[in-house]
Design a protein around this ligand. Structure first.
Ligand SMILES: Cc1cc2nc3c(=O)[nH]c(=O)nc-3n(C[C@H](O)[C@H](O)[C@H](O)COP(=O)(O)OP(=O)(O)OC[C@H]3O[C@@H](n4cnc5c(N)ncnc54)[C@H](O)[C@@H]3O)c2cc1C
Length: 366
């Protein structure tokens, strides 16, 4: 998602911005479930426009026993293709130049800047914003990663089957280790469905999921990698800044990355513009790392959050399902949860319930 959001501040500062992307067509193929919270759409300044296919009242988290808990957080399902084309048009209108169907293959330092070798050409640049996704050439070149891990995910556009139209469904089960199955109902006769997981065959699990939820007519299938708990040495160094998946900013709980990618891209553009200001150049860099770490999506305890959710056994998740039994998490007090779990002698879950309560409260604020 080589975005314009970076460029506008830069152009104002007289920078020439070149976007290189290996995709032949902007926004295609889609490798995304296309869902975001309404709050984050607002924060991206993208809460009105033809890229919003559907809005929903929230999502239900289904446990292996099919019992669920509701999270009343307004959600939207986007057309990622329209969303990205909107960003592309905005970038072009502010002067960005696009080289599509062109691969960046290698980078070398050159005359205080960089030379990027691509499948078609070589380009000299003073600064680089690396938005090249989960397996980032730029991030590798910078040696930004101390540790990287991934989950894999599928996306299918399928003929609507699910009866639940007002809510998304997130399905937890040991069938989808470190992940979940998902059904995002769109109001155009199709659903976005798929699985996210680690350490299992994605295609087989995807087939199992489609069969389990009786999806027969599949119009489109794709998938990809999602960063999990990247340990970053830094997000910027010597004229290069990383954003989105290249910076490992996806949530280690929901695996959502659109919002962090859009905002971190915007920040990189703003800091980039400041870099054009000779006087400020020296300290500017550290600023990108500093402001990124202050963002609401920035995870200080990504691994712990991930552990809290994905290390639960099916029987533990089933207990939460029984406790909630279709209610919204707002209707379940910590007191009620405590009494219930003590009665069930499920002490191990209590800290997770309390964490889930706090985490969901925090997450539903942005
Ligand atoms: C199946 C799946 C479902 C998902 N569902 C959701 C969801 O519902 N909601 C959500 O918020 N997030 C979701 N995500 C995560 C989300 O898609 C990413 O976090 C988001 O796309 C990150 O944006 P980005 O710009 O950082 O990277 P990307 O969107 O990956 O964009 C990177 C761009 O760089 C280009 N590129 C890469 N390498 C090179 C190269 N060497 N040369 C030239 N171009 C290059 C690519 O072509 C691509 O256009 C999902 C991810 C997957 C895989």
């Amino acid at each position: 998602m080589q975005v314009p959001r970076q460029q506008r501040p830069l152009q104002k500062k007289g920078a020439r911005v070149l976007v290189i992307d290996r995709k032949k067509k902007i926004g295609f193929p889609v490798q995304c479930g296309e869902t975001v919270t309404l709050n984050s759409l607002k924060a991206m300044g993208m809460d009105k426009g033809g890229w919003i296919r559907t809005t929903l009242k929230g999502y239900r988290m289904l446990m292996p026993n099919n019992k669920y808990i509701f999270i009343d957080e307004g959600m939207a399902i986007l057309s990622r293709e329209i969303f990205e084309n909107e960003l592309y048009e905005r970038a072009k209108s502010s002067g960005a130049i696009y080289h599509l169907n062109e691969y960046a293959i290698n980078i070398k330092k050159k005359d205080g800047g960089y030379r990027i070798f691509t499948s078609k050409d070589r380009v000299d640049a003073k600064y680089i914003i690396g938005a090249d996704g989960p397996v980032s050439l730029i991030g590798n070149f910078m040696q930004a990663y101390e540790k990287r891990d991934f989950v894999v995910a599928s996306i299918n556009y399928a003929e609507s089957r699910s009866g639940y139209r007002d809510y998304e469904s997130i399905i937890f089960s040991s069938k989808y280790p470190d992940g979940y199955g998902y059904i995002f109902p769109r109001n155009d006769g199709e659903d976005n469905v798929g699985v996210v997981l680690k350490g299992k065959n994605l295609s087989a699990s995807n087939k199992e999921f489609l069969k389990r939820y009786k999806y027969k007519k599949i119009y489109f299938t794709s998938g990809g990698l999602i960063p999990l708990n990247f340990k970053m040495r830094y997000y910027s160094k010597e004229g290069i800044m990383l954003c989105g998946d290249a910076a490992g900013l996806t949530s280690s709980v929901s695996y959502g990355g659109i919002y962090p990618a859009v905002v971190s891209g915007r920040l990189a553009g703003q800091v980039g513009a400041e870099m054009m200001d000779e006087k400020k150049k020296k300290d500017v860099f550290k600023r990108y790392d500093r402001i990124l770490r202050k963002q609401p999506f920035f995870q200080k305890n990504g691994e712990k959050n991930h552990e809290m959710v994905y290390s639960m056994k099916d029987r533990q998740m089933n207990l939460i399902g029984e406790l909630a039994n279709g209610r919204s998490f707002r209707e379940i007090s910590i007191k009620e949860a405590t009494i219930y779990l003590i009665r069930k002698r499920a002490f191990g879950i209590l800290p997770r319930m309390i964490w889930m309560y706090r985490y969901t409260n925090k997450m539903t604020k942005y």
